[in-house]
Design a protein around this ligand. Sequence first.
Ligand code: NDP
Ligand code: MG
Length: 395
Amino acid sequence: MISEQSARRRVSVLGATGSVGRSTMELIAEAPDRFQVEALTAYSNVDVLADLARRFGARFVAIGDPARYRALKQALDGAPCEVAAGPEGLEAAAARDSDWLMAGIVGAAGLSATLSAVRRGALVAFANKEVLVSAGRLMMEEVARAGATLLPVDSEHNAIFQVFEEQNRGAIDRLILTASGGPFRTRPRESLAQVTPAEAVAHPNWDMGAKISVDSATMMNKGLEVIEAHYLFAMPAEKIEVLVHPQSVIHSMVAYSDGSFLAQLGAPDMRIPIAHALAWPRRLKTQSPVLDLAAVARLDFEPPDETRFPALRLAREALAAGPWAPPVMSAANEEAVAAFLQGRIGFLDVTEVVERVVSATAPADPDSIEAVVALDGEARRRASEAIDRLTPATS
Ligand code: NDP
Ligand code: MG
C-alpha cells in the first residue's frame, strides 16, 4: 500500500509569481493532500516568491535576476529551503527531482530551464509557448530522447490534447484552434494606431499576463499557437485552422475524416486546463465557474481577418520559411510588445517591427539550442534598432 506521503505528487512551478503560476499555486493550495511543492521560481518578484515558498514549504527557490539574490535570501531567512539565483538557479530548480513541473515563465527566457526539466525526462505542464516557437524541433527531439512528457496547458492545446485520438492520427482531417479575436475584434484597422497599452491588455474573456494579452490583441498569440500546435501534435501547418469564436467556450476542436468534430468546452478560466495538467491522468475538483450553456445561449464563429491582424499571416509565413524564422519572429515580437507596453511605439508598430526584423534576417536554420539563442539575440538587436527608429525623439 502506498503511504499518504508518497501518494502526493511533488510539483515544481517555474514562473510561480505570474498569471499561470499563481493559478497553479491556487489549485495546489486547494488540494494539500495531493501535492507538495519542491521548487519555485520567479524573475524579480521577491516578496511574492518568498511568501509562496514559506506558505507551501518549498525546498528550493530560485530568482532569475541575480541582483535580487540577497533580498530573496533575507526574505527566506530561517526557512528550510535552498536559495539560488540567475539562469543557473532557474535551471537547477527545474532539474530538481519533482514528479511534475509547470513551465510557466514568459518568453524565450524560459528556454534553458524548460530544457533542464525535459532532459531529466520530467512530466512538464507546458504553458511557455515561446519556447516551442523558438526551438520547436530541437525541443521535441530532446523530449523524445529523454522520454519526457509535455502536457499542453495553453487552453487551445489542452483542449486538443483532451480530444486527440493518437490511435486515429491518420484519420485526423485538421485541428481547429479557436480564437476570441481579442479586444479589437470589431475595430477598424485605422482606429488601432491609437490604442493604448491599457486598452490592449484588457482582454474581453481571459485574465492573463501583459505580454500574452497584447499578443491576443494583435493576434500574434494565435500565430504562436499555430506553431505551438504544429510541434506539440506533429501536424503540418495546412492542417491547423484558426476560427474566431468570441465567446471562448469551445477551446478548440479536432476534425476527423468521418465528419466527427470533437471539442472541449469550459468556462474561459485558465484554472481548468491547468487543473487538467496538474492531475493528469486523473481529474481534480476545482472552484472554477461551471459553464452554463443556457446562459451563454449562442456560440458564434467567423474566419480570422488577416488584413486587420497581419500577425497571424506572419506566423504562418515564418513556419513555412523554415526553423530559423519562428525564433526570429518571436524574439522580435517580445521586444516590440515590451516597447509598446512602455509607450515607446504604437500598437500597429508591433507587427511592423516583427515583419521588418524577419525580412532583414538571412535564413540559416539553427542546428543546436546555442544557435537558437544566438538567433534570438540577433533578432532582439535588430528589433531594438527598428524600435529606436520608430520612437519619437525626445528633446
Ligand atoms: P506573467 O507575465 O504573468 O508571468 C511570467 C512569469 O515568468 C513570472 O513568474 C515572472 O517572474 C517570470 N519571468 C518573467 N521574465 C522572466 C525571465 N526573464 N526569466 C525567468 N522568469 C521570468 O505571464 P503569464 O503567466 O501570463 O504567461 C506565462 C506563459 O504562459 C507565457 O508563455 C504565456 O504565453 C503562456 N500562457 C499564459 C496564459 C495565461 O492565461 N496567462 C494562457 C496560455 C498560455 P516575475 O513575476 O518575478 O517577473
Ligand atoms: Mg491560448
